[in-house]
Structures are given as C-alpha cells and as structure tokens.
Ligand binder design. Sequence first.
Ligand SMILES: [Ca+2]
Length: 273
Amino acid sequence: MKVVGLPAVTAKLVSSIATAQIGTTLSISVLAVVLFPAVQANAAEISSVGSGSTLAALQPRDLDDDGVVDAFYDAAFDITWLREVGTQSFRNWAAATAWAEQDRFGISGWRLPSTVQPDATCSWTYNQGFGPESYGWGCRGSELGHLWSDVLGNTPEYVPSPSGGLIFNAGYGLRNAADFQGLVVGNYWTSTPWVQRPDSHWRFNTGNGFQDVTSGVVPQFAMAVRQGDVASVVPEPSTWILISLGFASLLVRRQLALRGPRVSNMTGSDLDR
Ligand SMILES: [Ca+2]
C-alpha cells in the first residue's frame, strides 16, 4: 500500500493496516480492535454535542401524523434517514442489518446506508488486485459520508494541506448531529461488503470522519435509511378513507355475487334464484 504525504499519526495508522493485510490472515479489521475502545470512551463525552436544528438539506417527515418528526429526507441523495439512530446500541453487522431492515410506520424498504467504491473524495485509494478501493478521511461519496460532511457540515480529523498531503484539523468531530436521536461518536455500519473479504463491511466513524472496513462480528452503531422520499409512500388520511371505502364496496359486491342474481315473480317481489 503506497501512502504519500501522511502526518506521523496517520502514517502509523495506515502502517498498521498495511501490516495487517500483509499478514494475509488478518485484515483492516485489526484496526477496529485498536480504535474501538477509544471511540467508545468518547461516545458519552460528545453525545450531547451538536444537537443543532434540522438543516435545510434535511426535510422533516412526520410519518404517523402525530406532530413529531420521524425521518429526514435528503433530496441531494434522494434518501430518507430514520431519525432514530440505533438506540445507541452496538450490533454486529448481521444484527445491525436486521435492525435497519425492520418495517417502520407500516413502511418497508429501510436498510443500512451504502458505501460507493471507489470514492475519489477519500484521502486515499489503493488497488490490491480487486480494483480501486477508497478509504480514509474526507469520503463524501457514501451516504454516511455525505450526511456527516455535506449535510451536517462536520469536518474530518485530517484535511488536505495547501502544500500537499494532509494536515491536522483542530475543528474536527461530530459538531452537528442535527435533530437525529442518538447520533453519537462511533463507528457506523454500511451495507457494502469489502470486496477482499465479503464477511467484512465498510464503516464510517462519526468522531473523526474516517472510512474503513471491519469484520462483521465487531459491534458497531447503525443508522437506517430508505431510498427516495418516504413521504411519497405514506398515504394521506383522505387516501386511507378512499381505500377503506373501496374495500367496503368490494365486500358488499362480493356478498351480492355469492347470493347470485335475483329474479322477479309474478307479484313483482324479488326471489332468489
Ligand atoms: Ca411522528
């Protein structure tokens, strides 16, 4: 893995990744074990930071008409984020997927967010014979990276330096979580498998804006997202009434059909055939 222009800390980090990959039986998931305790330690400390107002880029959606926002529509990516963020629990990838894919408000189609590969916005792209893959800081091609950076306006721990390479960014971190419920500092699962080991998946760290992969057995946080504007699939109350009336009409017609056609007798009264 070729690394150019890295600060000392980053170089050490990436060196760990490279060493793990050279070890053949290990993977970038080793990095998760190294970073995980520190990330968890920060979660409680920073969880209250950035409960800012909903940004214009996130359109609130009240899915059960109770006056409380349940989701946010992001028109730029044409996706709807569930406001509830994994109840702050850590789940392995399978459990996180099951949590994300639950029906909510009578609506199916929820899932974990996805990661695009390669992603030119990331700090690094490498090719180990599986095609170009992108990781590191600044990734905004993925749904989580786009939300964290472009929509919420958070910045990663390292940013491009005018003189080349990367430079430490003192203002990094989860400074704005908008009105999401439970969005804290931590690693968040995506649905996208790592091409080199399909049992590992890409993830995004909301604490420092770092994208990498980890083994599916390592517990992470999770967000749920759905393609399109969820408001377009939520029937309006008037629509529910029309649907109910239509259903009732069908029941009546079915009952009449079961009784069969009616004929008249000589007196003009109806008789069943
Ligand atoms: Ca609601």
